[in-house]
Design a protein around this ligand. Sequence first.
Ligand code: TRP
Length: 353
Amino acid sequence: MKKKIILTGDRPTGRLHVGHYVGSLKERVRLQNSGEFDEIYIMIADAQALTDNAEHPEKVRQNIIQVALDYLACGLDPEKVHIFIQSMVPELTELTFYYMNLVTVSRVQRNPTVKAEIQQRNFEASIPVGFFCYPISQASDITAFKATVVPVGEDQMPMLEQCREIVDKFNSVYGETLIKPEIMLPSNKACLRLPGIDGKAKMSKSLGNCIYLSDTPEDIKKKVMSMYTDPTHIKVSDPGHVEGNAVFTYLDAFCKDEYFAEFLPEYANLDELKAHYERGGLGDVKIKKFLLNVLLAELGPIRERRQMWEQRIPDVLNILKEGTKVAQAKAAETLHDVRSAMKINYFDGDLIL
Ligand code: TRP
């Protein structure tokens, strides 16, 4: 039977936030514990981070350990998953070089994620070639591990499409070699794209609207109490809107019924709370305090585990080293298959030219 393999990862350009958590990390931990997968690879995509941070390698370097700490804090278990550093697996770069010949410039230009990022970074005419090619490199990351499933956020959908096209192209030119991956998105709509605390569409470090997994309870309190709600809900008695109200979107993403029994027993569940808000007579401070309690309950164990791992940095480095060793061996196997399929394995067996 075909093995079930997961590959996913993150760019180490900052600490991970609650958007990463509900959008992907929580799902990874669930998949890890489901026992349904034969191999799970979690990649810290430092080489990809360098494609738009070439002049700040120290920023990428420092964040590798931060991302590893966030992973371990969320409950990723190095006994069950291989956490590794992308640039330490040079096979990925080699594979990218071969895939580049199977993709046209205009196809990458049509990739909506690349388009959006070029705009965001004001690259326009000065796009680094490496940055432009990162969707191709991402296809290498996925296929080098023969991944069948890639759990990521919605924004990565165009990357997966591009990857699947590369697989088809490679297999049709060189013969069946590569595995075509499936994307896996969170099923809860609120988790697909958690807004920032300012209500803006995306949580992002540059907008300063994130709640980080490493935030202290005081940080979280400050952020939650300043959160964007409903600008038309001025007096407590006014009817309020829950759509587009960041507090309710967060509750959709994080709340479980048992939190009502614990923190807000006047309501049985989120539907009742929403109905009251929409009717009027429910103040923002009350819903914010409830959300704060929910977030403290959800993030507390994560923060504690993070603090524990922060005391054990040499062990964290060892986990990365061991994970990278396994990942490198796996990628080398695939590269062997790729070279054979392309008949560029010149020194295998008799030298045939
Ligand atoms: N592009 C992803 C991000 O920005 C990181 C990444 C690199 C990745 N290679 C990958 C994700 C392969 C999934 C699969 O976070």
